[in-house]
Design a protein around this ligand. Structure first.
Ligand code: TXA
Ligand code: MG
Length: 333
């Protein structure tokens, strides 16, 4: 039994699980979330494992106090302040430039982070007691609808989470509205529980991202897709050819014993653990990208569990479309 009515005792237990790097499904006013400590990369990697998405998407970080936003976001402009004063707690998510505190896996390598303060008292109490922001996507596996009751969560991913807090049926029942405030023009990335007209009353006209919402696109084309500037080439097995005079880096899956002829080597997981590899993936790629290399060679990882999402990102970074992406976006994720 993992499903518990959200009594103060159950919330305390759930918060302790979050602090230990576990996964807790919890109610918000929009949909149930699948939560982990947002500052713990390995715990966040587990979210992707349980969601079984064939790719990494950036996650929403949930906070219990509007002032926590300054820890996570490096720029909080007057538009953001006006919106949070008017609509938080509630079904509005802001995308703002992130601080160093936010691990790269939370944002799928992006320089921005999505933040929301939910209004559900159970969610707020859980975040307060865990004393850490909680990263959470909707608590459904890839391809399923977002859960609006604890029973949905139990049926869909019950055996894979550590704890389910039952706070009854979600009152709003659709996901939060997401607004991107990283640019000059505010852009709605996802229509949701807060009407766009309400937002416009506070900050004026907003654009709705047609790229994302008017036709189904593959995630590689989404406005938030991170790609390294340095060319990436996936190499199978042995060290690839060394081109004289070129600065080459390697993104290795496991520890490499022999001395390799590369300028920089980043190891995803010394022991070859896919969860650890996923947790480190974006940070390793960022470091290689900043190293002033001519090319990054990347070793493929086994395509099981999180390996599929890692390979999806690698193929995208290498500029090759992964055909499996095409099944997404038309179904829930
Ligand atoms: O109501 C909700 O928003 C629920 C509850 C649990 O809070 N959460 C939710 O999360 O719907 P999820 O992961 O299913 O959808 C979050 C979406 C991502 O798919 C992505 O499109 C967007 O938020 N997102 C997150 N971070 C972003 C970023 N830095 N830039 C652009 N979009 C981002
Ligand atoms: Mg979702």
């Amino acid at each position: 039994m993992k499903l518990f009515a959200a009594t103060p005792q159950a919330i305390r237990e759930a918060a302790a699980i979050i602090q230990k790097g576990g996964l807790v499904a919890f109610p918000t006013e929009t949909v149930y979330g699948l939560g982990a400590d947002a500052l713990n990369s390995l715990a966040v990697a587990r979210i992707f494992e349980v969601k079984n998405r064939p790719r990494f998407d950036p996650l929403i970080v949930h906070i219990a106090d509007p002032s926590s936003i300054t820890k996570l976001c490096s720029v909080v402009d007057s538009r953001a302040t006006k919106l949070t004063e008017r609509f938080w707690p509630g079904p509005l998510t802001l995308v703002l430039p992130k601080t160093q505190v936010v691990p790269d896996i939370v944002t799928a390598g992006l320089p921005s982070v999505a933040v929301r303060m939910p209004s559900h008292t159970v969610a707020l109490e859980l975040i307060r007691q865990a004393r850490t922001p909680i990263a959470a996507p909707s608590a459904n596996p890839f391809g399923y609808l977002s859960p609006t009751t604890a029973q949905h969560v139990e049926e869909q991913i019950g055996e894979k989470v550590d704890f389910i807090l039952d706070g009854g049926k979600c009152t709003i029942g659709i996901e939060s509205t997401i607004i991107d405030l990283t640019g000059k023009e505010p852009v709605i990335l996802r229509p949701g529980g807060l009407a766009i007209e309400e937002i416009e009353k506070v900050i004026g006209k907003v654009t709705i991202s047609s790229a994302r919402w008017q036709r189904p696109l593959s995630p590689g084309q989404l406005p938030w897709h991170y790609s390294p500037r340095t060319p990436v080439k996936i190499i199978a097995g042995a060290p690839a050819e060394i081109i004289n005079g070129k600065r080459i880096g390697l993104l290795a899956f496991k520890s490499v014993k022999e001395k390799l002829p590369y300028e920089v080597v980043e190891v995803l997981s010394p022991a070859g653990d896919l969860r650890e590899a996923a947790a480190n993936f974006f940070s390793c790629l960022h470091r290689l990208d900043r190293a002033g290399l001519d090319i990054i060679y990347a070793e493929p990882v086994p395509e099981t569990g999180l390996g599929k999402a890692i390979m999806d990102r690698l193929h995208k970074a290498a500029g090759k479309r992964d055909t499996r992406q095409n099944l997404s976006k038309t179904i829930g994720d």
